[in-house]
Design a protein around this ligand. Structure first.
Ligand code: S3P
Length: 179
């Protein structure tokens, strides 16, 4: 079953996913990287050339295609969950993990490089807070919730592996009526 990481920009989905995949013996994909490869443009260039809506359509298509394929670990872009089809695909086909962090940490990490078009505003912290408020109800439907650890990402990876095992045990028990 695919393992899908959701959560805001700056939670470390890509870094954590890249380390989680080999630990689970699965390949790793990043939806932003897949879109960039397909379009031959960076995410920022895509937003500029075609707008957010067109990016969201491409994002939904890429995620659908990946989830129809063999098991893998997938880091999604922070806004992927606003698309209802993407939410439905993730719910139906994957174990989903919400990586959480406080606004200050998110802003600090996400603005280190100027690659995120949505944060090119006069007040990135306010923008981040607004996006978190809009999206949290969607992130919260994920199967597993994890607070991004302040220390090395290995710590977060170890916690995720434990929680996935727990989740699979619990859902297996439910199915066999042992719960
Ligand atoms: C976005 C998050 C980005 C990228 C795009 C839009 C968002 O991905 O998809 O800049 O809407 O939150 P990361 O979450 O990997 O930064």
């Amino acid at each position: 079953m695919p393992v899908v990481l959701v959560g805001m920009m700056g939670t470390g989905k890509t870094t954590v996913g890249r380390r989680l995949a080999p630990a689970l013996n699965l390949p790793f994909f990043d939806s932003d990287a897949e879109i960039e490869a397909a379009a031959g443009m960076s995410v920022a260039e895509l937003f500029e050339a075609h707008g957010e809506e067109s990016f969201r359509d491409g994002e939904a298509r890429v995620i659908k295609r990946l989830l129809e394929g063999p098991p893998h670990v997938l880091a999604t872009g922070g806004g992927a969950v606003i698309h209802p089809d993407t939410r439905a695909e993730i719910k139906a086909k994957a174990v989903s993990i919400w990586l959480r962090a406080d606004i200050e940490t998110l802003v600090q990490r996400a603005t280190r490089r100027d690659t995120r078009p949505l944060l090119r505003t006069s007040d990135p912290a306010a923008t981040m807070a607004r996006l978190v408020a809009e999206r949290e109800p969607f992130y919260a439907t994920a199967d597993i919730h994890i607070d991004s650890q302040p220390g090395p990402h290995e710590q977060t990876v170890a916690i995720i592996i434990e929680k996935i095992a727990e989740f699979l045990r619990a859902s297996g028990n439910e199915q066999s009526g042992d719960a």
